[in-house]
Design a protein around this ligand. Structure first.
Ligand SMILES: NC(=O)C1=CN([C@@H]2O[C@H](COP(=O)(O)OP(=O)(O)OC[C@H]3O[C@@H](n4cnc5c(N)ncnc54)[C@H](OP(=O)(O)O)[C@@H]3O)[C@@H](O)[C@H]2O)C=CC1
Ligand SMILES: O=C(O)C1=N[C@H](C(=O)O)C[C@H](O)C1
Length: 238
């Protein structure tokens, strides 16, 4: 497959290695310094784009791909206020768009168990639920996209909670997502149910970026020949 990398930072470089190991060709690499080169790519020279950039760049890159016949897999976080616009653009262009806040299979199993556990725990009002996410110091957005997806999975069952908040544990009636930044932490997410007498935890710790990259390349292979908006639940049948 001919893959265009949009974003050639920590993720772009890991994805390049993973894609080449699977026999794919990288037809181009776009980063902050050569954004104009994006206009050289279209559906006739590119099978799929994999986009991991920045909250402020993601929507523009995804729009370019959808307007130019390139199936696009995006993992950028922090831009989802424009997600509905991206969906609409995909429908208008009869394009293909794959999005996941986290491409690792392990995290998507964690999401699945998280939803199930929340559906059980909401009956036990003595437990207070909260989320912690820990990432490296270079991360520009918070809370993490994965933390937000985990929160949405919990809120689907907790009808007494009215949305999530970022780092405001004292706010009643909201699900708190605490963000911590520490050197070299790839990505850790922990859901905690605490009562006076005990605590239950569900967590995921990424040891490297390989799991994210593997899932993104898998999504690029999967989306070719499809039309519509997809996510990991579609690909993994979770
Ligand atoms: N969904 C998932 O599974 C995962 C998602 N992520 C998300 O992916 C994104 C990227 O993460 P990561 O690779 O660690 O970040 P990096 O900062 O290491 O890399 C970001 C890349 O995007 C480029 N970039 C920045 N602005 C633009 C722009 N306007 N146009 C084109 N390229 C641009 C940067 O270029 P330059 O260096 O020249 O500034 C760099 O190449 C983040 O949003 C992160 O949260 C991360 C891991 C997993
Ligand atoms: O920026 C990162 O590094 C990561 N971002 C994603 C997120 O915001 O959830 C996924 C992963 O945790 C790594």
């Amino acid at each position: 497959m001919k893959i265009l990398l949009i974003g050639y930072g920590k993720m772009g470089k890991t994805i390049e290695q993973m894609a080449q190991a699977k026999g794919h060709t990288i037809v181009g690499k776009i980063d902050h310094h050569n954004t104009d080169d994006l206009q050289n790519y279209n559906g006739s020279n590119t099978d799929a784009a994999i986009e991991f950039t920045h909250p402020e760049a993601a929507f523009g890159n995804i729009s370019y791909c959808l307007n130019n016949g390139i199936p696009v897999v995006s993992g950028s976080t922090g831009w989802l206020e424009k997600f509905e616009d991206a969906k609409q653009l995909c429908e208008q262009n009869k394009g293909a768009f794959f999005y996941a806040s986290n491409y690792s299979v392990g995290v998507n199993l964690f999401f699945h168990f998280n939803e199930y556990i929340a559906s059980k725990m909401q009956e036990y009002k003595e437990y207070e639920v909260a989320i912690r996410e820990i990432h490296h110091l270079q991360k520009v957005d918070k809370p993490s996209g994965t933390g937000i997806t985990a929160a949405e999975g919990i809120l689907a069952s907790y009808k007494n909670l009215n949305g999530w908040v970022a780092d405001i544990p004292e706010e009643k009636g909201k699900l708190n997502i605490a963000s911590e930044r520490e050197p070299d932490v790839v990505g850790t997410h922990i859901v905690t149910y605490s009562s006076e007498v005990d605590q239950i935890e569900l967590g995921h710790i990424a040891h490297s970026r390989a799991g994210f990259a593997e899932g993104a390349v898998m999504a690029a292979e999967w989306i070719v020949g499809r039309q519509g908006v997809y996510g990991m639940k579609d690909m993994l049948n979770l």
